[in-house]
Ligand binder design. Sequence first.
Ligand code: CP3
Length: 341
Amino acid sequence: MSQDYTFLKACRGERTDYTPVWLMRQAGRYLPQYMEVRRKVSFLELCKTPELAAEVTIQPIDYLNADAAILFSDILTPVEPMGLKLDFVPGPVFENPVRTAADIEALRIPQVEEDVPYVYETIRILRRELDGRVPLIGFGGAPFTLACYMVEGKGSKDFAQIKRMMYGAPELYAALMEKVTEMDRLYLNAQVAAGAQAIQIFDTWGGIVSPLDYEKFILPYTRKLIAGLDKSVPIIHFVKGAGTMLDKVKLAGSDVVGLDWHVNLGAARDILGADVAVQGNLDPTVLYAPKEHIRTEVKRILDENAGRPGHIFNLGHGILPTVAPEHAKYMVECVHELSGK
Ligand code: CP3
């Protein structure tokens, strides 16, 4: 049954009746119905309360008519039980970032079902509530993006700490990446076991290095992660800022490659080849534009794809919190209408 979902067919590169669409970060602050739930609980409490996390996961399905739901959680939830104290203020902050050999040694590999049971409980609730409607995407951070937050302790502009470790203490960097990759493998495979029907790996910071350093310091771990994942569901791999190294991103081995808006989708498909599906790639700020412009841009991207099978429409990064919900809904409508739904 779930094998017939348009989104899953597109992930597998099969021809579909129309182009499926969802939005990265589609559950969140741009939706008044999300803010209503959020007023009562903190972001972390929301992630840790399965009934509420399931409720906000479904909000954009009801409102936007998106073709897939994405689990409501955060890429950093499974890092907490590795031994780091996590807070959101509202960006993520770790009180005790990882800097030394002793810090890395002390990181534990979580018992995922016991340490983050709420993630799996949310997935089980969602499969019951969504079944027959849309498939459910589980997700995690790529090892490198997780390591960035663990070492920096918070978001960063120059990533000085992780780069000091990567270039100055490569053996520490490798030891950290091995542990994070193993945690990720367990965390994501347990999501599939709980019912996730696709997995998206977010490498938000994978594009902050040169193509050669991507190949040396990031790709080996993402490739190892993907090789260790349950292949009964499609894997989507999104590396922000990877337009100049898509040939290398392909080597990580995902079924679908997520594209940001700095590449032309048609040119990216030429590089990636017909055996990989793509997801993307509308500039998230286009949702601030008047509706006619949103429609023009949706059409341009569909035209770039030129009818090739295996395209999932999405933004090129997460939806911004100050976007008008109506514009996001209109974008989904345009994708459906212009692709023949
Ligand atoms: O896509 C979805 O709707 C599912 C939920 C989801 C969240 N975070 C919820 C969230 C997903 C898939 C993520 C992924 C995530 N988290 C990434 C990768 C994707 C990306 O956007 O690059 C990253 C880097 C994080 C880490 C993170 N979490 C940051 C940097 C922030 C602060 C910035 C921000 O957007 O507020 C968060 C907080 C966060 N994660 C919020 C939500 C809805 C906002 C929390 C709030 O309600 O205040």
